[in-house]
Design a protein around this ligand. Structure first.
Ligand code: RM4
Ligand code: MN
Ligand code: MN
Length: 380
């Protein structure tokens, strides 16, 4: 086994429970046959992705979407399926009370309610054995003057300080930022700098989470990754891809070179282990399990290419001021066909050589479409 194959075998991608359920756009939702009826079936789909890829061994949860009465039973189901629990994601964007925000809301009673949900999720994470709470806020304003920007910032800092005080040593707080949407004038955590400032005030277990769909057009995400990693504040990723906005398309489908460059940065400091790598996608017209399988395969290939970069040649060219020699060192690796290597690594791990083909041949989609036909309860 080559070094690259060994490293590929260690790669762990978290797939999102919410990526298996119904999703749509504001224009409509197209329910798919066989869509899971509850969180247990979402886990079953995640297990199928892991069986095929060998790399998707954890599932991230979203609450209250994944709420159950017995978290011991949920954890047991995850473990029975050969998976482990990934990050726990609270939800502060759907309740009507959050119309003007959650932890930044002008009304202290709403902020209190939001904080209570965050603390509840700390408890859920504990019960599930999760080691991170991953926070995304929809907070922001739509019109200039709608609320006091500095006041909102103070409310944010105070609320998150209260949350952080409740966080056990075993958990990290991941802080995600997003340029716009649903707020259209000012998002309270709009960029990596705002998120980093919050984290630096909170403490060392607060780290920034980068979602690939949450930047302005043309932003150099790999440079953000390099900066956060150098500061020891890169907590993790939400992988997806976009053309225009927060499109949540299959990772690597639109801009695979960017994905390769991100992995290159993740590999640049050998003393830093990989951060939490989560997929955050919404598959609206494509079959969801197959889309997730393809996403994991794309991540494996981008990672393998980054591992193939001749670091010595790259450094020598950089030192010599050989502009195109250095660039060529990247292209050499990027242009390598890593599909056979990834197939070998998967087969060695007991997964599929060709996960998409095997998924199609397995009849899984048809089987769950029949089994899940009786639709008593849809939780999302
Ligand atoms: C947001 C963001 C969050 C995700 C929600 C559903 O755009 O990416 O991570 O939890 O969508
Ligand atoms: Mn996200
Ligand atoms: Mn998003």
């Amino acid at each position: 086994m080559t070094d690259v194959e060994a490293r590929l075998r260690e790669l762990v991608i978290e797939t999102p429970s919410w990526g298996y359920g119904d999703s749509g756009t504001r224009f409509g939702t197209f329910p798919q046959p066989g869509r899971p009826r509850d969180v247990f079936e979402r886990i079953d789909d995640a297990a199928e992705v892991h069986r095929l890829t060998g790399t998707a061994g954890a599932v991230a949860f979203h609450f209250p979407w994944d709420a159950v009465d017995d978290y011991g039973a949920l954890r047991a189901h995850v473990e029975e399926r050969g998976l482990r629990v990934g990050a726990v994601n609270p939800n502060l964007f759907q309740d009507p009370d959050y119309k003007l925000g959650s932890v930044c809301h002008p009304d202290a009673a709403v902020r209190k309610k939001a904080l209570e949900h965050l603390v509840e999720c700390v408890g859920i994470a504990d019960a599930l054995g999760a080691t991170a709470q991953s926070l995304w806020l929809a907070d922001g304003t739509n019109y200039p003057g709608q609320d006091d920007l500095r006041e909102r910032r103070r409310r944010l800092d105070a609320s998150l300080a209260s949350l952080y005080a409740e966080l056990p040593e075993t958990q990290e707080l991941l802080v995600e930022y997003k340029l716009f949407e649903p707020a259209f004038y000012a998002t309270d955590l709009a960029d990596w700098g705002s998120a980093l400032l919050v984290c630096q005030k909170l403490g060392e277990r607060a780290k920034v989470l980068v979602d690939l769909g949450h930047h302005a057009q043309g932003v150099n995400i790999e440079q953000i990754v390099a900066t956060l990693d150098a500061e020891g504040r890169l907590g993790g990723f939400h992988f997806n891809n976009r053309k225009y906005a927060d499109d949540d398309l299959i990772v690597g489908s639109v801009n695979p070179f960017e994905l390769f460059l991100i992995f290159l940065e993740l590999e640049s400091d050998p003393t830093h282990p990989l951060p939490r790598l989560t997929i955050d996608q919404a598959h609206n017209v494509e079959p969801k399990v197959e889309a997730m399988v393809l996403s994991v395969v794309n991540l494996q290939e981008a990672y393998a290419k980054a591992l193939l970069v001749d670091r010595d040649a790259l450094r020598a060219a950089q030192q010599a001021g050989d502009v195109l020699g250095a660039h060529e060192a990247l292209l050499d690796a990027y242009r390598t066909d890593v599909r056979p290597l990834c197939a070998r690594a998967r087969a060695a791990a007991g997964a599929a050589e060709d996960p998409v083909a095997e998924h199609r041949a397995s009849g899984y989609a048809e089987r769950v479409a029949t089994e899940r036909e009786t639709r008593q309860e849809i939780t999302r």
